[in-house]
Design a protein around this ligand. Structure first.
Ligand code: SAH
Ligand code: SF4
Ligand code: F3S
Length: 536
């Protein structure tokens, strides 16, 4: 990959000429990288592999945006791509195992193609021991960065090319708290240069130049706006309204890897929504770990009201948001939702446990009564609302009695869907220090019992919808049957309908016909949707 013109581009003065301010600095590196990856006869390819939640999915879209701008064709298969990024999650242990499995499978591809660039970023990279593990056991990884400095990716890629061509640059921390970086390699290289005359010295230099470019920040209060991003679906988009989390639920690692809450300014959010609308987006999802504590000068309910009006002006039809912490779900938010035109009648309200004792140990700041009251308030204001939840089974010390309290809440709220997880111990969280005498088999049995109970509720809830007419946003051709097009109702129910792929990206009225337990089949009615609400 290192040609004569590339050598010219990678000279010290090109690197030194980069502006210090952001995002101009990254735009500068994007321009330089375009000359490498955009100016070649063949199209370079990239694969971005995402684990974890909607936040990570949105971050991956930003990475893909940068890669496309530089000249890569994104969406390639990871085994033969020129560039591969793994955007990692660490919320539960199995998320971590997932990464190592995928990396292991990529090793032989990298052996065949030494120019391949492998990058690992995201939540797992905010943990120092995971970075060490990559450095020692997965040394074929080339670039490592974290959640706070995703936007510096163009610079890191440029630094990698420089490193491969023999120049190593230290990181100037600019007052940023660094968790770790590869700055030491600059010092090491200097030292090795003194022995470069010998064969073994030369070998050591080569080895050093294959070490990864690493830059992981401990935290940051910066939000850098206006960098490229690429949408996975042309008609729907996630929009970050805030980053980080201040809640410190005792089991959860997210506040440690995503840092403290930072809200974007309303105007920045509105600009992004206007731009999305002008590109034909029909549905937006406002993203935050706890959107209810949004504080960009106005609160979340006020922000939502303004976004609802903005959607009237811009033609965006649906607004969703996630996640909402039950402790901060205000009456004002319920009123705004109920009177809005575009906010979907869907609410994700994570319960975690129905036991007051466990909720206290989890540091959730609500009890069973309060949760039931909030769910009832949502249903009273919007009888057609669909409520989903998250449940953790097997929190340390959970007894059968605690577990039955959880089942009791499921039976009373009758959630339309529930994401259920077995508790996973995360090093560094307060819950990791709690004793847990419960046998694994007992936890598994509870988990199965919960699934069985909840699946019955989902089926009954869906049965009640058979025959109803509702608006469906069509998203893609069905994975199982190319004659069917798959879409989502306002409530988030998946529907498969025989139709022409031309309806993808449109909202059309559908009659829900047959309940297949977790989805419906149905048929189109009428030409255009007036976005009928279920039951309407
Ligand atoms: N901010 C969101 C959740 C983000 S994590 C919220 O507060 O709802 C998504 C879900 O993962 C959580 O709701 C929880 O149910 C689950 N989870 C988080 N940490 C976990 C752990 N250590 N073990 C098992 N499940 C966990
Ligand atoms: Fe984790 Fe709790 Fe924050 Fe959600 S609110 S991300 S569960 S600490
Ligand atoms: Fe996972 Fe990070 Fe999301 S840990 S759940 S990807 S915020």
């Amino acid at each position: 990959m290192i040609s004569e013109s590339l050598k010219e581009l990678l000279k010290d003065d090109v690197f030194a000429a980069a502006p210090a301010e952001e995002p101009q600095r990254q735009h500068y590196f994007i321009e330089q990288l375009k000359k490498v990856f955009g100016g070649s006869d063949r199209r370079y390819t990239a694969a971005v592999v995402t684990f974890g939640c909607q936040m990570n999915a949105r971050d991956s879209e930003k990475l893909e945006g940068i890669l496309s701008e530089i000249g890569f064709a994104t969406g390639a298969d990871e085994q033969d791509a020129d560039f591969v990024a793994f955007n990692t999650c660490t919320v539960r242990e199995n998320a971590n195992e997932h990464l190592y499995g995928r990396l292991g499978r990529l090793k032989s591809a990298k052996t065949k193609n030494r120019d391949m660039i492998i990058s690992v970023c995201g939540c797992m990279m905010q943990e120092a021991d995971e970075i060490e593990k990559l450095r020692s056991r997965y040394s074929f990884v080339d670039i490592i960065f974290g959640t706070h400095n995703l936007y510096t990716f163009p610079e890191l890629l440029f630094r990698l090319l420089r490193k491969r061509s023999g120049s190593v640059d230290a990181f100037d921390d600019n007052g940023i708290r660094m968790l770790t970086s590869s700055s030491d390699d600059a010092v090491r290289l200097d030292r090795l240069m003194r022995y470069s005359g010998t064969a073994s010295g030369q070998k050591d230099i080569e080895k050093l130049l294959r070490r990864p470019v690493v830059s992981v920040w401990e935290g940051s209060d910066r939000i850098v706006e206006k960098l490229p991003s690429k949408r996975k679906y042309p008609f729907k988009q996630g929009i970050n309204i805030m980053f980080g989390c201040n809640n410190f639920c005792s089991y959860c690692i997210v506040p440690y890897v995503r840092g403290r809450e930072k809200s974007r300014l309303p105007e920045e959010i509105f600009d992004e929504i206007r731009a999305a609308a002008s590109e034909g987006v029909k549905e937006i999802m406002l993203l935050g770990q706890n959107v209810n504590s949004y504080s960009g000068g106005i609160n979340f309910a006020q922000l939502l009201r303004q976004i609802d009006s903005l959607c009237d002006e811009t033609g965006i039809e649906r607004i969703r948001f996630m996640t909402s912490h039950p402790k901060d779900l205000s009456d004002e938010l319920i009123e705004v939702m109920a009177s809005s035109k575009h906010v979907c009648r869907q609410f994700h309200l994570p319960l975690q446990s129905g036991s007051d004792r466990i909720l206290k140990l989890m540091n959730r700041h609500y009890d069973k009564e309060r949760f039931l009251e909030r769910a009832a308030a949502l249903k009273a204001a919007m009888p057609d609302i669909s409520i989903s939840t998250d449940i953790i089974v097997g929190f340390p010390g959970e007894t059968e009695r605690d577990f039955l309290e959880t089942l009791d809440v499921l039976g009373r709220v009758r959630f339309d869907s529930a994401f259920t997880f077995i508790y996973s111990r995360r090093e560094g969280t307060p819950a990791a220090a709690l004793e847990d005498p419960t046998e694994e088999s007992v936890i598994k049995e509870r988990f199965e019992r919960l699934l069985g109970f909840q699946n019955g509720i989902v089926e009954e809830n869906l049965n009640a919808l058979a025959g109803k007419k509702c608006g469906v946003l069509f998203e893609e051709i069905s994975e199982y049957d190319p004659g069917l097009i798959t879409g989502k109702t306002e409530q988030g129910i998946t529907v498969h309908v025989p139709a022409d792929p031309g309806i993808i990206g449109q909202i059309r009225d559908v009659v829900l016909e047959e309940n297949h337990k977790f989805y419906f089949t149905g048929s189109l009615v009428g030409k255009e949707s007036n976005a009928t609400r279920i039951g309407g």
